[in-house]
Design a protein. Structure first.
Lengths: 637, 104
């Protein structure tokens, strides 16, 4: 399995090479190099997958390349290593595959850009960081790669740095996730205090092995009624929530759409934003066995994010914003699916369902973004009002977008149906309230996605003739469409399971009728309102004016954050600190300088240029010296 | 010779030494300062010879040192005259009050 190191090494070397030589490469050479490297690691990932489930089935996780990086004391050290287990192998497969598709697409999408080489360098950096994150064996190593992923995201969102909106969006993304990562870091430190180790398998072992649970060998320290492990796991979840854009830390993701569309497809749909879900899944045994309260909080954060962002998406008019809110919503589904999993009832379907949805979502969301890129490219605008009637102009994109939309809405037999039904089945057993909210969210999802579909491809008579779709756009789109169609039939529970054996992902058809029925209803409403220009949408918007206002302004979250930062943090904390810096710190320095100058003015006249006075000082010194020596040798007794 | 006490001659050489120092500090003419320096050197010379003759009569180191000092004084005077000549070329005077331009 030593070939696995290639998966990290190759993108890193590509990044270094393109960072130094990317400018000198002409034409699309940088893109070819990037795609080649990503293609190779996709193959390696495929080999890893076949190897892992072919020969190691049931043999459990392996750790490769484990070495101490920074040692605090004999027990606690930050180690670097690769952890090969079902979760990481699956994530490696997803990340490399989507990255490869995005690379191919970007070769054509960004052709002619000035900083073509830099773009592919940043993409390789991102691929390296994300793969490092999912293969980390040590939670601190994961934190290092977590920050690296944040940096890559910042560089890519702000790629068009001459546009102030892009710069602001990049700053916002980095600052919000960095702020969440503060919680993550404190959580890691608290957890390491409890378990005296930072390696993930060791943490899980020490906290949740049967011996530890029965003998109570881990004494829980309590702080104000909560155990420190609960606080630590909650803080770690905050880090994950920031990266995965859960409420209230979701504000950066819609703005992140300022980056190029392939970047949105790779980072903000399929891979980086699921890092939070990955983190919770990684530490899942601890979450479940030791801190079920935090798991409850995770479920509620997930469902609230899912529902509120679905509501906002219904009223947005920028195609990428709709897709961004859709991503927040779907990740909310993954989160609460993890949250409602319950070992106690022997029903661990939630865990498998969440990761199944992560897998299928990566495909159809990336597909949605890539087709959106083709549409934006053709229409030269992001606004839906500039689109309409494009179904004859962009046939490949049309079919792909339609299939992806049906997948995300959960229509059989597409992949989204299987994964979403698995989530809903798991929720139905465990938490009825969340189940009905999830069904509501599901129908809202169908509504806004089909609203988007109809407004783009129908609604108006065709405005333009057939638009040529380049092969490098169509090929990734077709491959991802194929994935969307067949992924549902993979027996995912045989591969990813929270318990020792496989978790059967069975779809309860009678119960599945409820959400599918609701979605069909939503689809009909969307068709009725948007397939042709009608006055229904405006009439309904008028009748629920307040609700419409609130959702179209995204529940005023951005305004709230601006208020808090400008009026409270800047005025109450920033200004006094600035005053202190100017008056006290600078004042001290200035006073010291003033003192030195005064002293120097006082004694400068010693240098008079007069030889005789110099000689007098010389004599004076000589007398003092002679006196001292005589005194020292006892001649003054 | 009937013993002149050592102390008397030492007082003489000390007096000469301080007279030379006083002259170096107060005279305005560069050549006169040079003469004062010679006075200092010669008083030291006297000191050496006197100590040699009174305390260690069978040895000659003091007298040798005397000869050294005379030679070095001669070399030093020639160097000093060279400096005075260069100073005169710059300031057109050998008054030390006028050569204090290297100041703050």
């Amino acid at each position: 399995m030593n070939i696995s190191i290639l998966v990290l090494l190759l993108p890193f070397l590509t990044f270094i090479f393109l960072a130094f030589f990317g400018k000198k490469l002409s034409g699309i050479k940088a893109g070819i190099i990037g795609s080649l490297s990503t293609g190779i690691i996709t193959l390696v990932a495929g080999i890893m997958i076949f190897d892992y489930w072919g020969s190691h089935n049931g043999q459990g996780p392996q750790v490769l390349f484990h070495f101490p990086w920074l040692t605090f004391n004999e027990q606690l050290s930050i180690n670097m290593g690769l952890l090969i287990d079902p979760l990481s192998v699956m994530m490696v497969g997803v990340v490399t595959f989507v990255s490869f598709m995005v690379h191919l697409y970007s070769i054509e999408y960004l052709k002619g850009e000035d900083r073509y080489g830099s773009y592919f360098a940043y993409l390789s950096l991102f691929t390296f960081s994300m793969l490092g994150l999912v293969l980390s064996v040590n939670i601190f190593q994961m934190y290092v790669f977590w920050e690296l992923v944040g940096v890559s995201s910042f560089l890519l969102i702000g790629f068009y740095y001459q546009r102030p909106a892009a710069v602001a969006a990049a700053k916002k993304a980095f600052i919000v996730t960095r702020f969440a990562d503060l919680g993550f870091l404190v959580g890691i430190l608290m957890l390491s205090f409890e378990t005296s180790t930072l390696d993930i398998p060791a943490i899980i072992e020490r906290l949740t092995s049967p011996e530890a649970l029965s003998t109570g060998s881990i004494k829980l320290h309590m702080v104000g009624g909560l155990s420190t492990i609960s606080i630590a796991m909650f803080l770690i979840f905050i880090g994950g929530a920031g990266k995965s854009a859960m409420f209230p830390l979701h504000i950066w993701l819609p703005d992140a759409m300022e980056g190029p569309t392939p970047v949105s497809a790779l980072i903000h749909a399929a891979t980086m934003v699921v890092a939070g879900v990955y983190l919770v899944a990684r530490l899942f045994p601890v979450y479940f066995m030791i801190t079920p309260g935090v798991l409850e909080i995770i479920s509620w954060v997930g469902i609230v994010s899912a529902l509120l962002s679905a509501m906002i998406a219904c009223t947005q008019t920028d195609i990428k914003r709709v897709l961004a809110y859709s991503t927040i919503s779907q990740i909310g589904y993954m989160m609460f699916s993890l949250g409602v999993t319950s070992y106690a009832h022997g029903d661990t379907l939630g865990y498998t369902a969440s990761l199944f949805h992560l897998f299928t979502h990566a495909f159809f969301k990336a597909l949605l973004f890539l087709t959106a890129g083709v549409i934006i490219h053709a229409v030269h605008s992001n606004e839906i009002s500039h689109m309409g009637g494009l179904r004859k102009s962009l046939p490949v994109s049309h079919i792909a977008f339609l299939l992806a939309t049906l997948a995300i809405s959960g229509f059989p037999p597409l992949s989204g149906f299987f994964s979403k039904e698995a989530i809903l089945t798991a929720t139905h057993h465990a938490h009825p309230v969340i189940f009905w909210l999830a069904v509501l969210g599901s129908s809202l999802t169908t509504f806004y996605m089909l609203r988007l579909y109809f407004l783009i491809f129908w609604h108006k008579p065709a405005g333009m003739g057939k638009h040529h779709e380049h092969i490098l756009f169509s090929l990734p789109i077709l491959i991802l469409t194929l994935g969307t169609l067949i992924n549902g039939f993979i027996p995912f529970g045989n591969f990813i399971s929270a318990i020792a054996g496989p978790t059967p992902v069975v779809v309860d058809l009678s119960m599945a009728a409820i959400p599918v029925g609701a979605s069909l209803l939503a689809m009909l409403i969307a068709a009725l309102w948007y397939a042709r220009p009608t006055s229904y949408p405006d009439k309904i918007a008028q009748s629920v004016k307040n609700l419409y206002q609130w959702t179209s302004k995204k529940f005023y979250f951005d305004e709230l954050y601006l208020f808090i930062t400008h009026k409270i943090i800047f005025q109450l904390i920033g200004r006094p600190i600035a005053w202190f810096d100017r008056t006290v710190v600078d004042g001290t320095m200035n006073a010291m300088a003033w003192g030195s100058t005064q002293l120097s003015h006082a004694i400068k006249n010693i240098q008079s240029g007069n030889v005789q006075s110099y000689a007098m000082y010389f004599l004076g010194g000589l007398i003092i010296l002679a006196g001292t020596l005589l005194y020292a040798f006892g001649y003054f007794m | 010779m009937e013993g002149i006490p050592l102390l008397h001659i030492l007082i003489l050489s000390t007096t000469l030494f301080f007279m030379g120092i006083y002259g170096f500090f107060t005279r305005r003419n560069l050549i006169t300062m040079l003469i004062s320096i010679e006075l200092i050197l010669n008083s030291v010379n006297l000191n050496f010879v006197v100590f040699n003759k009174y305390l260690y009569p069978e040895r000659l180191e003091g007298i040798f040192f005397n000869i050294f000092i005379i030679a070095i004084a001669a070399a030093e005077v020639s160097l000093a005259i060279a400096i005075i000549i260069n100073l005169y070329r710059k300031f057109n005077t050998i008054d030390i009050e006028d050569t204090n331009t290297m100041k703050h």
